[in-house]
Design a protein. Structure first.
Length: 564
């Protein structure tokens, strides 16, 4: 294909200003390198995609897939005395936005909710199976409403989704309104984008005592925990809240099944300097006379803080290693090998930082940050409220089953009595306070009233990013402009005063990805030459010329020829 040439300039009359440059049109596959062409494409890009697509995509993922995953993880509740007395959720979905008026259900629109000070919400509908009476007769109840959820405008569950300008006008909506916000009690509320450190990612830093640490904040549907490995007086220890004292890292490796010191060093790396730095930790393990996995587990059992029922500590440390220590790395059928390799990678990165200070992580680097959008925040809130509702149902179930002369309990009535989900979601979005004790989350100002002073002001609220950093702290690091923010965050739009540099705005063409199904991506990685981690020995992991492949915080495997 011959190189594209610019269109000939139009004739310019004498005394007139020079005509603006005309964009050059090429094939669809050709790169766009000319600034004139880029500015010609910008209006089309914004018209097709909009500025609030990340909010809508995030909420769409939650109502189509995220909510099903939450219910699947908590789908059955049973009585303590008799497992045959149970309630099981079979399916869950979001209905059409509606409201009950005089015992009948009416479809509502956003404009109607603004005028009548109502919440624009849709029913959360489940299919349940439960037992009733002494005979444990099974009952099924389809299309049962457990609460109402506020609906984001222009999302899949909204009546405005897919409507043209004429239909929007008939609903009383402006065609230029981008959506991406909620209507709670007649007030337009927008959930601001929350900036925080990335989960399931190894961060190498120094603590307030100047010690080198490797930390990872693990986050799964079941548990959230923080694991810290620290170099203290040339000895490397594990710090976990479940233990009274720091645990030597070599003891932890032995407790997970790596009993020989040579295998530990091979997992970390072949460089002899790694062995020199690990020498005192290995010597400490020998001083404590810990040589086998059973001895290591016994040593750790004695350091457990909470013994549980009956003050029994035996076996607690193995459960902590399985469920709390780097909790996002799964242990299948008692196989601790993936956790051992992940711990070795943490050690290797920490030792690299000790040998070369340039390898420390910068917490302000954009790659170490994650943006929490509306869907993720509502998902956390819904998960907490759903578990609270189930806890209440279990308590009533246990009380009823413990009574000698109890009447048959109808679980459908039991759930309907509690307005936990409806009131909890409305209160959080209305006040902006995200108080989730289960996940130790206490945030204020998450949602704010959408500014309607001007069209630009409302769009600005949609792209605003608020950090978890305290605004009163007078530190310059998080406020400074990072080179990695180029093209993603606007360098100009930030408020004056104590929030300067902390509250940021997305650039016009920034795209924030949302959660996706992991299975197809894993299969793609393996088909492109990634070798499964379970097939490799400790010495093969760090072979020259090969690289580890990380996937959502997990070590998926290694690739021997990444350049191919």
């Amino acid at each position: 294909m011959p190189p594209a040439t610019s269109a000939p300039d139009a004739p310019v009359a004498e005394g007139d200003e020079e005509a603006p440059p005309v964009p050059t049109y090429r094939s669809l596959a050709a790169p766009v390198s000319n600034p004139v062409d880029k500015f010609a494409l910008l209006p089309a890009f914004l018209k097709v995609r909009g500025l609030v697509k990340e909010h809508i995509d995030s909420f769409n993922y939650f109502i189509t897939k995220g909510i099903k995953n939450i219910v699947r993880a908590n789908n059955r509740i049973e009585a303590r005395s008799d497992p045959d007395i149970y309630l099981e959720y079979k399916n869950i979905y979001i209905g059409e936005p509606s409201v009950q008026v005089d015992f009948r259900v009416e479809t509502i629109t956003p404009h109607f909710c603004r005028l009548t000070d109502r919440t624009y919400s849709a029913p959360v509908i489940v299919d349940v199976e439960y037992t009733v009476g002494k005979t444990h007769a099974k009952h099924r109840k389809p299309n049962f409403t457990i609460g109402y959820m506020p609906i984001m405008l222009r999302s899949y569950a909204c009546v405005l989704n897919g409507k043209d300008e004429a239909e929007l006008a008939r609903y009383g909506e402006c065609p230029l309104d981008p959506g991406g916000y909620f209507i709670v009690k007649g007030t337009e509320k927008v959930i601001l984008i929350q900036e925080q450190l990335s989960k399931n990612r190894i961060i190498i830093d120094t603590d307030n005592k100047g010690r080198v640490t490797a930390s990872v904040t693990s986050s799964t549907h079941e548990v959230k925990s923080k694991t810290v490995i620290c170099m203290d007086k040339e000895k490397i220890n594990l710090h976990l809240n479940q233990f009274t004292k720091p645990i030597p890292i070599i003891v932890v490796m032995k407790a997970m099944g790596i009993e020989t010191d040579q295998e530990v060093v091979q997992m970390v790396g072949r460089d002899p300097r790694y062995g020199d730095l690990l020498y005192l930790s290995i010597q400490e393990c020998a001083t404590e006379r810990i040589y086998t996995q059973q001895q290591a587990l016994q040593y750790m059992d004695d350091k457990v803080t909470y013994a549980g029922a009956g003050n029994i500590k035996d076996g607690r440390s193995k459960l902590i290693l399985r469920d709390v220590f780097v909790a996002h790395v799964p242990v299948n059928n008692g196989n601790f090998q993936p956790k051992c390799i992940y711990t070795a990678v943490m050690l290797r990165r920490m030792l690299d930082a000790i040998l070369n200070s340039d390898t420390f992580d910068d917490k302000d680097y954009v790659g170490n940050k994650r943006l929490e959008l509306s869907g993720q925040l509502v998902s956390l809130l819904f998960e907490d409220l759903f578990k609270t509702m189930n806890t209440y149902a279990v308590d009533r179930m246990n009380k009823n089953s413990d009574m000698a002369r109890s009447s048959p309990l109808d679980f459908s009535q039991l759930i309907m009595q509690q307005d936990v989900i409806t009131s909890g979601l409305e209160r959080a979005i209305s006040t902006g306070n995200w108080d989730i004790k289960r996940f130790k989350m206490h945030r204020k100002g998450v949602s704010q009233v959408l500014s309607r002073l001007s069209y630009m002001a409302s769009l600005g609220y949609m792209t605003r990013i608020t950090p978890q950093f305290e605004k009163t702290r007078k530190t310059s690091g998080p406020r400074a402009l990072q080179p990695s923010q180029w093209g993603m965050l606007c360098p100009c739009d930030t408020p004056e005063g104590e929030a300067c540099g902390l509250t940021k705005n997305l650039a016009l063409m920034t795209h924030v990805t949302t959660d996706q199904e992991e299975g197809p991506l894993r299969n793609l990685c393996f088909s492109l030459g990634v070798e499964d981690l379970s097939l490799l020995s400790g010495e093969e992991i760090h072979a020259p010329g090969s690289f580890l492949v990380m996937f959502n915080g997990l070590i998926l495997g290694k690739h021997r020829q990444p350049q191919v």
